[in-house]
Write a protein that binds this ligand. Structure first.
Ligand SMILES: [Zn+2]
Ligand SMILES: [Zn+2]
Ligand SMILES: [Zn+2]
Length: 539
């Protein structure tokens, strides 16, 4: 698996040299949380009213979720801009929402009674709303900048503040934002340059760190129990998948992370794991794990399996070629209906220039694929759909995950729009859902290089194997497609849990292993080898 924090090309610690989040006192926290509910309700009632999105953005930022604040502020911006134009269907809806709200406020709010005459005719009301929109637009841009600062996205902050000065030449505040952004950028540049000069950081890593921000992966306050644990019916479904693809293993609840498992009590946790259902001999195949959730930088390969296409197989619906009749049928049965006839050239052309399997453009194509898959199970919440429900994220609150405005806000919202999802009215694909999907993918995807083309994939059964520093299973990946073969590294007895190693090389010592594993496990490794090698803690 790729390191979820991309240690190779991004330095999370040095991205965070701004002030840490302001920790709200309990009273303030309660007030902001209650506001959050109020604004979420107003968004549900009036999804095209930019003001509700703006208000919720501010609230989310104060609560410490700048990645969500930016999603809301960006939606507010799209609505404001559309309603200023008023030519698109979205613009008409947004303008109407604002008119209705303004009229209602003047009719019902006693404090506005004296100004009722200002909205007494349609022409007056519209004039009033146009003026409000101008004011709102400035607030939206300011909120975007606040969000970029809070998400450590110094380079995006600089870009946006410069755009703001060009767009609002009369505004007195934005030029000072540019100065602020420039001095922050320079400060970061200087710090990183010193590290490069001292040989502590590569030039590539420096550039990535300079141009990206970081946010914390968190289980949001409002994620019900539902979104953090998996029910038995889901487990049964996974068992069926194992039974189709493996003759000697299955999935079950694992006690690996139960710290109090001394008494042999059954696991109450939500960790799933793979187990041998019979003895497996060294080098025997455990399972062959194919996936439709794989992507590659090459536009010439099969969309389903990422394999080479020697003879083009087409479906009736469009001219997308596949490598085999199986792949063309699988595409129709799984992800293709969501994307057929839609233009995602902006994603695939960016991915074509990817040089590394961790390139963010490949992540965006993978996101498109998992969103497309989730849409084919419309009765389920996206996070509960077959693939996404099985992927567990690591929530470790003091490690940043790479973040920037174009890749993590603008592109996903555009992708949803192209998929035909109304990002304003459809709360199932709210920014917190997107960010949660991203954290889950980050923790479960692995790089795949096929005939020299970088790519990334999530394999559905592979993702259920837990880690051990003394693994009994390994996996191999050919050049041909996204399918993995998992095989035994030693003789395994019936009933044993099957483990792979998330890290390489296997020869690392105890301390090195803990450091490498922390991003995945979020705690010390509890495998048998680590338990045996753990230095005694001082009492
Ligand atoms: Zn194929
Ligand atoms: Zn088609
Ligand atoms: Zn271990």
């Amino acid at each position: 698996m790729d390191n979820p924090w991309r240690d190779d090309d991004f330095s999370a610690s040095s991205a965070c040299e701004v002030a840490p989040y302001e920790i709200l006192d309990p009273e303030r926290l309660a007030a902001e949380s209650s506001d959050l509910q109020t604004f979420t309700k107003s968004i549900a009632e009036l999804p095209y009213d930019p003001e509700s999105w703006l208000l919720r953005a501010r609230c989310l930022r104060l609560l410490g979720f700048p990645e969500l604040a930016l999603g809301d502020a960006y939606k507010a911006r799209l609505l404001v801009e559309a309603s200023q134009e008023r030519s698109s269907p979205l613009g008409k809806k947004a303008f109407l929402a604002l008119c209705d709200k303004t009229r209602l406020q003047h009719e019902t709010d006693p404090r506005l009674a004296a100004w009722k005459h200002l909205v007494s005719t349609t022409a007056l009301l519209e004039k009033r709303v146009v003026a409000e929109l101008q004011e709102l637009e400035l607030q939206v841009w300011s909120e975007l900048m606040e969000g970029l600062m809070a998400s450590n996205a110094c380079s995006d902050y600089l870009t946006l503040s410069q755009e703001a000065v060009l767009r609002f030449p009369q505004d007195a505040v934005f030029p000072s934002e540019v100065l602020n952004a420039k001095s922050w950028f320079k400060q970061r540049d200087d710090i990183l340059r010193e590290q490069v000069d001292a040989g502590e950081m590569s030039e590539e890593k420096m550039q990535a760190t300079l141009h990206n921000g970081g946010v914390y992966p968190v289980a949001y306050l409002w994620m019900q129990e539902d979104f953090v644990s998996r029910e038995d019916s889901f487990l049964d479904r996974c068992k069926k998948e194992f039974s189709v693809r493996s003759t000697n293993s299955t999935v079950s609840r694992s006690a690996i992370r139960d710290l109090d498992a001394e008494d042999d009590a059954p696991s109450s946790g939500d960790v799933l794991g793979a187990f041998a259902t019979k003895g497996i001999a060294l080098a025997d195949t455990v399972l062959v794990d194919s996936t439709v959730a794989g992507v590659t930088s090459s536009a010439e390969r099969c969309p389903t399996c990422c394999g080479r296409i020697t003879e083009e197989i087409l479906n009736d619906c469009c001219s997308v070629p596949y490598c085999s009749p199986d792949c063309s049928k699988t595409a129709l049965d799984t992800f293709h209906a969501s994307v057929c006839g839609k233009d995602f050239g902006f994603l695939t052309s960016a991915a074509e220039s990817a040089e590394l399997t961790t390139d963010l453009s490949l992540d965006s194509v993978l996101l498109l694929r998992v969103l497309a898959l989730s849409m084919q199970e419309p009765t389920l919440h996206p996070l509960k759909t077959s693939l996404l429900n099985r992927l567990t994220p690591t929530y470790k609150n003091d490690e940043l995950i790479i973040f920037n405005f174009p890749d993590h806000i603008v592109t996903p919202i555009r992708v949803l729009g192209e998929l035909g999802i109304d990002v304003f009215a459809n709360a199932a694909y709210d920014t917190w859902v997107l960010h949660t999907i991203r954290c889950r993918l980050q923790n479960n995807k692995h790089g795949q290089t096929l005939d020299g083309f970088p790519g990334t994939a999530v394999n559905p059964l592979y993702s259920m194997f837990n880690h051990s520093c003394a693994p009994n299973v390994d996996w191999e990946h050919g050049d041909s497609n996204s399918t993995l073969r998992m095989f035994a590294l030693r003789d395994v007895e019936e009933g044993e849990e099957l483990f792979i190693s998330y890290i390489r090389p296997l020869t690392m010592d105890y301390a090195e292993r803990q450091e490498s594993l922390l991003p995945w496990l979020g705690m010390e490794c509890e495998c048998e080898q680590c338990k045996a090698e753990r230095p005694p803690t001082e009492a």
